[in-house]
Design a protein around this ligand. Structure first.
Ligand SMILES: [Zn+2]
Ligand SMILES: [Zn+2]
Length: 391
């Protein structure tokens, strides 16, 4: 992939600021994730937005033209919207950097902030994926001024204080002699221009807060705390700047009968004492069962909604069975297991006939007055494994 912002936007080296903006708007309309949600397009949208971030800022563009690496100027990188100059400003208090070298006016266009929203999803939806509509309160480009911040029919005028330079020289006397530093112009806040007639819709910010609905595809296998990144869906930047990213943090709601440990699912199956003693074959619902009834199913293929459990004669309460591949799909491929714990139910209400039969059984087995025994606590194989790992 090219890293040349000119190539990414498809404009020539001598393109005017207006041409750059037009090219960006045209591409943004085609590639916007609302129009084209596939990941490749979102990735391109992000690249285009970053290219615009560089070329729309006269200073970043000049730095790139001088042979600088666009990426080191806040293009790409951590994608946090920090540019080298922002960092210099933070450390040296604006304009003091590089011995007072002129940096020129700064652009009003800045990349918007990333946003984080929380999404509650059912365990089955997190495990097997789901498409959800999400309402997001965010900053969108102001329709009235197209992000310019100017009232219709007006445009910014050059700042008289700094003559459009965006910065003013300050001379200070010190023991080293006179020090001349450049500071951002207070009159225009470093923009070099002033908006005499701000847009009424956005008060000159170029964006307005609005609620919109996004359709989010949650991939199968996400877990509690997973963040799904939606490129270019965060806040639109001020001054028509590109949008930040939106992160959707997944919160998984507890399920009444299944719990998740990594990619494994755990559940407990209770069965009568007699079945545990004599053995039986059970068919039980899987986690997907509730999902399969509502979700679209692949053509003609019946989804698997149950699993079979072979209860051998003499099955103990607390014993475990592992059903391979019946767990949660992994984000990296493959699938976890289903771990089934058996709980043997002791009958509580016995009618006279049942009590008679049980007493007879006890007599035959010589258990009328049994001895109890102290034993190590039973926690099942997985409980013991966990203990071993946790030391
Ligand atoms: Zn506006
Ligand atoms: Zn000024």
């Amino acid at each position: 992939m090219t890293q040349d912002p000119y190539e990414i936007l498809g404009v020539s080296r001598d393109a005017s600021a207006d041409d750059v903006k037009k090219a960006y708007r045209k591409l943004a309309r085609q590639l916007h994730p609302d129009v084209n949600p596939d990941p490749d397009t979102q990735e391109r949208f992000k690249d285009v937005s970053r290219a615009y971030e560089v070329l729309s800022d006269p200073q970043k563009r000049a730095a790139y033209d001088r042979g600088g690496d666009a990426f080191s100027q806040g293009f790409g990188g951590a994608g946090q919207g920090f540019s080298f100059t922002d960092i210099m400003d933070a450390f040296f208090g604006g304009g003091a950097a590089a011995g007072g070298a002129s940096r020129g006016p700064r652009s009003r266009a800045r990349r918007g902030q990333d946003a984080l929203v929380r999404l509650d999803v059912a365990l089955a939806d997190a495990a097997f994926g789901v498409t959800r509509d999400l309402k997001v309160d965010t900053a969108l480009t102001c329709e009235a001024c197209h992000g310019e911040g100017t009232a219709p029919g007006t445009s910014p005028i050059a700042c008289e204080t700094c003559h459009g330079q965006g910065e003013v020289a300050v001379v200070q006397r010190s023991f080293l002699g006179e020090i001349r530093t450049l500071r951002p112009c207070a009159a225009c806040r470093g923009y070099g221009s002033i908006i005499p007639d701000p847009c009424r819709e956005c008060s000159g910010d170029g964006r307005v807060r609005s609620r919109r609905t996004l359709t989010v595809k949650i991939p199968a296998g996400v877990d509690h705390g997973t963040r799904v990144q939606l490129a270019g869906q965060g806040e639109v930047g001020p001054g028509g700047g590109p949008a930040g990213d939106l992160y959707v943090e997944i919160h998984v709601e507890p399920h009444p009968t299944f719990t998740r440990h990594g990619n494994d699912l755990h559940t407990t199956v209770s069965l009568p004492m007699t079945a545990a003693a004599l053995g039986t074959q059970l068919t039980l619902p899987l986690l997907e069962a509730d999902l399969a009834s509502s979700a679209e199913t692949p053509d003609g293929e019946k989804p698997v909604t149950t699993y079979d459990l072979e209860v051998r004669p003499g099955t103990q309460s607390g014993s475990e069975q592992v059903k391979r591949g019946f767990g949660v799909p992994s984000l990296r491929g493959g699938r976890g297991d289903l771990v089934v714990s058996i709980k043997v139910d002791t009958p509580t209400r016995l009618d006279p006939r049942q009590e008679e039969l049980l007493r007879e059984l006890a007599a035959i087995r010589g258990e009328e007055s049994p001895d109890g025994q102290n034993e190590a606590p039973t926690r099942g194989m997985f409980g013991r494994l966990r203990d071993a790992f946790q030391g």
